[in-house]
Ligand binder design. Structure first.
Ligand code: GDP
Ligand code: IMO
Ligand code: MG
Length: 438
């Protein structure tokens, strides 16, 4: 076995929407297998080709490259109805995935009562000011059912006669919580709906762990596409304002069944500023005209829910935490062009605590986040970086900003994105990305 060490993991380093989709699409032609390993249709990964954008939620972002085989690993939770819509949209655009898609038989299915529970819980939590601001897609309940051993996996679809009995315990628990008057479909309607939706997917269901181990063994290069990001990780993020999966590197191994040796390099994706959608700690947040400007220029509205994203300066302590958690080898810094034309650009280098000391350590508990204030280093702004493809042509102020940014997280920049299109960006010479993108 050749056991290639060229496999690459792409992980978000902030609160999601860093531009993972663009980077995966860009790198995909150099990889044979592109793999999603956690999350579900809470993810929205945008790929822009010739000015037209395509949003992918569960289909790996290598979809637009016919040479890529797409794998959805066991750690993912799937909404099959949404998956079908994605396949249909891709087909209409000329991308047929037949023969190059495999879904893990161990991946869990998001069912209508999971979605109902997610939404019911958020409405109740909102009344006491404890809303998480989930995407309302049933992600949390689907992972809960998995942990409670009441989940339904794709492999269960091969035994339709047993489905009602398998779904019933989880369904009944949700029914008790929501009350008899809740507008849940009947258990039989859920089973019938699932069987109908699942029919076209039966051909894609398989043993993705063996598929990947064999692919790795024959020397296929593998690209792992993270969804969400480290600050949304259920263990390492800003709990409880997180998603329900491990979005950091650990989730890759449990979510595929591959061992750590299967990953060669880790590319961390971060925007040149910070955004977050949903509730929870966000020390960088700018609740002023600057925040509004970043939102408008960066089109910071959710790919999945359309909600406005909260915006602020690049937060070095949170990004450094994400780099350490994942052992990031190189950074891809995205959307630098969004900061073009600003008089000043800020970089959060630490936090001032309630006692007045400065720290770069992240609080571990949501209430402690309230006591810290960001310490901002200010840089002079620059005119334009849009579409620049050689970092040596960047305005000197942008170069100074990026140098400090990389120093503050102690990881080198390997790629800089200067616009949404594939062609808009710079590969840093001498970095591990150069042979892949150069
Ligand atoms: P993901 O969830 O990490 O894949 O990111 P999203 O797709 O949700 O959000 C990133 C958005 O920024 C998408 O609309 C991308 O097309 C866009 N984008 C990516 N890179 C750049 C860039 O360098 N400049 C600008 N202006 N937009 C970008
Ligand atoms: P991508 O892959 C940004 C956020 C939600 C909410 C929290 C929990 O596009 O970066 P959930 O529905 O997962 O239970 O919601 O997580 N969230 C995301 N924010 N990008 C995402 O994915 C997200 N997926 C979930 O807004 O705050
Ligand atoms: Mg997104």
């Amino acid at each position: 076995m050749s056991l290639a060490r060229t496999n690459l993991a792409i992980l978000g380093l902030q609160w999601g929407d860093e531009g993972k989709g663009k980077v995966v699409d860009l790198l995909s032609p150099k990889f044979r297998q592109v793999v999603r390993f956690q999350g579900g249709n809470n993810a929205g990964h945008t790929v822009v080709v010739d000015g037209v954008s395509i949003a992918l939620h569960q289909v790996p972002s290598g979809a637009l490259h016919p040479g890529c085989f797409l794998v959805v690993g066991n750690g993912v939770v799937l909404n099959l109805e949404v998956f079908q819509q994605e396949l249909d949209r891709l087909k209409a655009r000329g991308f047929d995935l037949t023969g190059r898609l495999m879904l893990s038989e161990k991946a869990h299915i998001i069912l209508p009562h999971h979605i109902a529970l997610d939404q019911w819980r958020e409405i109740r939590a909102d009344k006491v000011g404890a809303k998480i601001g989930t995407t309302g897609r049933g992600i949390g309940p689907a992972y809960e059912m998995k942990a409670a051993r009441m989940g339904i996996r794709l492999g269960d679809l091969r035994h339709p006669e047993a489905l009602a009995a398998r779904i019933a315990p989880g369904y009944e628990e949700v029914q008790i919580r929501l009350g008899q008057d809740s507008p849940l479909p009947s258990l039989q309607a859920i089973v019938d709906g699932l069987l109908k939706t699942a029919e076209p997917f039966l051909q894609f269901i398989g043993d993705t762990q063996s598929h990947l181990i064999e692919a790795w063994g024959r020397g296929d290069s593998i690209l792992f596409e993270g969804a969400q990001a480290t600050l949304l990780d259920i263990d390492h993020g800003t709990y409880p304002f997180v998603t329900s999966s491990n979005c950091s590197l650990g989730g890759l191994f449990t979510g595929t069944g591959l061992p750590p040796k299967a990953v060669g390099q880790i590319l961390g994706i971060a925007k040149a500023y910070t955004t977050r959608v949903g509730a929870g700690p966000f020390p960088a947040e700018l609740l002023d005209a600057t925040g509004d400007r970043i939102r408008e220029v960066g089109r910071e509205f959710g790919t999945t829910t359309g909600r406005p994203r909260r915006c602020g300066w690049f937060d070095a302590p949170i990004t450094a935490h994400a780099c350490r958690t994942n052992g990031v080898d190189g950074l891809a810094i995205m959307k630098l062009d969004v900061l073009d034309g600003m008089e000043d650009v800020g970089l959060i280098v630490g936090y001032r605590t309630g006692e007045g000391t400065v720290t770069t350590k992240l609080p571990s508990c949501a209430s402690e986040w309230r006591d810290i204030q960001p310490v901002v280093k200010t840089f002079k702004g620059w005119d334009s970086t849009r579409g620049i493809t050689d970092h040596r042509n960047l305005p000197s102020q942008a170069q100074a900003y990026l140098e400090s940014l990389a120093e503050s997280v102690e990881v080198p920049i390997t790629y800089l994105s200067t616009g949404p299109d594939r062609a808009e960006g710079c590969i840093y010479p001498g970095t591990f990305l150069e042979p892949l993108l150069g």
